[in-house]
Write a protein that binds this ligand. Structure first.
Ligand SMILES: Nc1ncnc2c1ncn2[C@@H]1O[C@H](COP(=O)(O)OP(=O)(O)OP(=O)(O)O)[C@@H](O)[C@H]1O
Ligand SMILES: [Mg+2]
Length: 364
């Protein structure tokens, strides 16, 4: 069957956001909070494929309904210009579509030409902060705020520093602005740039882990029913379980199930083949890119962890490798920054990517 439901690719909007109701609800509540409230700045942290971009796409949509003009960019050297341009385009789209509902903009407001574009004098004389501030004022005239959405944030870039200072400044001026950012957990583990780090640490941090497997199961059941596919509850449970709640795997497994179904049915054989294909894709798209930048010593450390069935005690790794605790600290840090392992409680580490342990063991 042709797959018209699942989208196993990074950065795509899924057919449905599964298992993130709590995170989305809390974010929406934060938006409704007063200007300047801490909850208006949120940082979503999660490993690759955990659904950060998908979540940003979803809250972008929700923001519109709450009278926020969404401005979504990816952190980069040109981010600040893109924020201004996107705010103008999105703002005008918003005004165009909702003009019956919103009061009209006053004509000839300071520095503006037609609608939200700047007059040349403003365009040339002012920088990011003033321009964003003017846009916020202009949108506020019709009761709109701005929600900045910044994907792939890192604490070490000059643009992030400019954005952090500007955001704080605008909040100080009581402008109707909010920000949602997303990044790898390593984005905040660097200590190079204090200013940005402080900003990121002050934001409400939301860690995105796997979604609950029962919700994956319920979602699969619904999709198969919609497509008139028959599936035994046993198979349904087993494929949902095989995703381990990893959103990217949810898409991959679902995709292969639709591709492999036979005569409108998903039996044990189809289910097993789909999971196998999904895991093969995972090797290409997640494991290899995650392991490629690691040094041989990083790998030794990781292999030592893979000997455990679950989280590893730092002491046990040290003994296993016969190294000093300083050595362990160094490699622990490097692997956390690479997004491959996570600290889980005192003196304990776990492998952060689903199925990576199994893969490492097969590779040994
Ligand atoms: N809650 C979810 N429910 C269903 N599918 C999801 C969910 N979150 C993400 N997905 C899907 O999983 C895949 C990976 O998601 P996404 O690209 O958002 O991950 P990411 O965390 O941004 O990864 P990266 O760090 O590589 O940017 C996409 O196909 C996306 O549509
Ligand atoms: Mg992403």
């Amino acid at each position: 069957m042709q797959d018209t439901v699942f989208r196993p690719a990074f950065g795509t909007r899924p057919d449905r956001i599964v298992g993130r109701d709590a995170e989305i609800g809390a974010f929406v509540d934060g938006l409704a909070d007063r200007v300047g409230a801490r909850d208006r700045a949120t940082l979503f942290l999660g490993q690759r494929g955990m659904g950060k971009t998908a979540l940003l796409l979803d809250v972008e949509e929700r923001a519109r309904a709450l009278d926020f003009v969404p401005v979504r960019v990816t952190a980069s050297e040109t981010m600040l210009e893109e924020i201004i341009e996107t705010a103008q385009i999105e703002g005008e789209t918003f005004l165009g579509r909702d003009r019956h509902r919103l009061a009209g903009l006053s004509a000839n407001a300071f520095g503006f030409g037609v609608r939200l574009t700047f007059e040349q004098s403003v365009r040339e004389a002012y920088g990011f902060r003033v321009k964003l501030s003017l846009l916020l004022d202009r949108l506020a005239e019709v009761g709109l705020g701005v929600l900045l959405l910044v994907d792939e944030v890192r604490s070490t870039s000059p643009e992030m520093r400019a954005l952090a200072t500007t955001y704080q400044h605008l909040v100080g001026e009581e402008k109707n602005i909010a920000i949602a950012m997303a990044g790898l957990p390593a984005a905040i583990s660097s200590v190079l740039d204090d200013e940005v780090l402080t900003f990121l640490n002050r934001a409400r941090q939301v860690r995105l882990g796997p979604v609950p497997v029962p919700e994956v199961e319920a979602y699969y059941a619904e999709v198969f029913e919609r497509l008139s596919l028959t599936v035994h509850p046993r198979e349904l449970r087993s494929v949902a379980h095989a995703t381990r709640g990893f959103p990217y795997l949810l898409q991959l497994v679902g995709h292969y199930l639709l591709l492999y179904e036979r005569d409108g049915a998903i039996d044990g054989e189809v289910a097993a083949a789909a999971v196998e294909s999904a895991l093969e894709d995972l090797e290409e798209t997640v494991f290899r890119p995650a392991l490629a930048p690691l040094s041989p010593k990083d790998r030794q450390f990781l292999d030592a962890m893979a000997e455990d069935e679950g989280p590893s005690r730092v002491d046990a790794i040290r003994e296993r490798m016969g190294v000093s605790s300083r050595y362990v600290q160094t490699y622990r840090r490097r692997l956390i920054d690479a997004g491959v392992i996570n600290p889980v409680g005192r003196g304990t580490l776990d492998i952060a990517i689903p199925y990576l342990r199994d893969y490492l063991r097969d590779e040994l």
